[in-house]
Design a protein around this ligand. Structure first.
Ligand code: G
Ligand code: G
Ligand code: NA
Ligand code: MN
Length: 254
């Protein structure tokens, strides 16, 4: 898989593409942002899951080239959508912990932004909670430098690691995504319901935006709204879509 990924990256980049999944305001059902998600169409195996592709990239060191391609594709698409989306719209791009650790990462993000002509404020980098549970001073400095560029930072899969709300305050993040596993059982698990209510209550008094991910049905959405969730993502609200399908689908929501 690693050799095939290297070939895809360096010889057949059209095998790699991004789909976009909307994040909506749960009350107005208007478009807030979109998350770019990797797709790899392998010539013999067919579609390789992004989890598998990213794992192969991480163990081989290809993650840096893959991350650059993903960022370039997402920023080019975002630039093309300027004028179609609202002024607060952002594109979310997933970033591996290994990318954040690489010296020169901040410069490469700044360079990609410049080349695309996309304002830094239209980009939000999503980082998993476990990657942020670090004492690594270089990573913390990197986060602050990205933030200084104007790039948004989000914690992905919140609630799966063991970070506390207190630890959040020392990180320059402006978005927290509540993991799909908590949202899944919100209607049936008193523990998950209470956890989401607590997170929303504590973050509700800060500037941090909370997005509930993996919303699949209206019952989950109404439980989330009952405890104060404002933003959501999931199959109920919109599937990941190819860019040419995405814009017509969300145009009525802008
Ligand atoms: O799209 P899907 O649900 O199959 O994604 C599976 C996992 O792969 C998710 O955890 C998602 O965050 C991750 N992922 C998707 N696209 C990218 C990407 O471009 N870069 C990185 N690092 N992870 C991605
Ligand atoms: O880890 P991350 O949050 O980046 O994962 C994103 C992945 O979640 C994408 O691969 C996407 O396909 C998937 N996803 C998005 N919405 C839903 C949903 O409502 N239910 C489930 N089960 N998966 C979803
Ligand atoms: Na994500
Ligand atoms: Mn997530």
């Amino acid at each position: 898989l690693v050799a095939d990924l290297a070939a895809a990256l360096h010889e057949h980049p059209s095998q790699l593409s991004l789909v976009y999944q909307p994040v909506l305001d749960l009350r107005s059902r208007t478009l807030t942002s979109a998350e770019a998600l990797l797709r790899w169409h392998h010539p013999e195996r067919g579609d390789v899951s992004p989890a598998e592709a990213v794992a192969a990239a991480e163990r081989s060191g290809l993650i840096h080239d893959l991350g650059r391609l993903v960022l370039d594709l997402a920023l080019a698409q975002t630039a093309a959508w300027i004028g179609h989306v609202g002024p607060a719209y952002r594109t979310h791009v997933n970033v591996s912990a290994l990318e954040l650790q690489r010296p020169g990462y901040v410069e490469s993000v700044a360079d990609a932004l410049d080349r695309s002509g996309t304002p830094a404020e239209m980009l939000l980098l999503e980082i998993t909670e476990t990657a942020l549970l670090t004492e690594d001073q270089h990573v913390l400095t990197t986060l602050y430098r990205l933030r200084a560029l104007g790039v948004g930072l989000g914690i992905d899969d919140f609630g799966t690691g063991y970070s506390s709300i207190a630890q959040l305050h020392r990180l320059p993040v402006d978005t927290v995504k509540i993991d799909r596993s908590l949202v899944r059982d919100i209607a049936t698990s008193a523990t998950d319901f209470a956890l989401i209510r607590t997170v929303l209550g504590l973050l509700g008094t800060t500037q941090v935006t909370v997005v509930a991910e993996g919303i699949e049905d209206a019952v989950q959405a109404s439980h989330l709204q009952a405890v104060g969730a404002v933003f959501g993502q999931g199959y109920l609200l919109g599937r990941p879509m190819r860019p040419e399908v995405f814009m017509p689908a969300v145009a009525p929501l802008i």
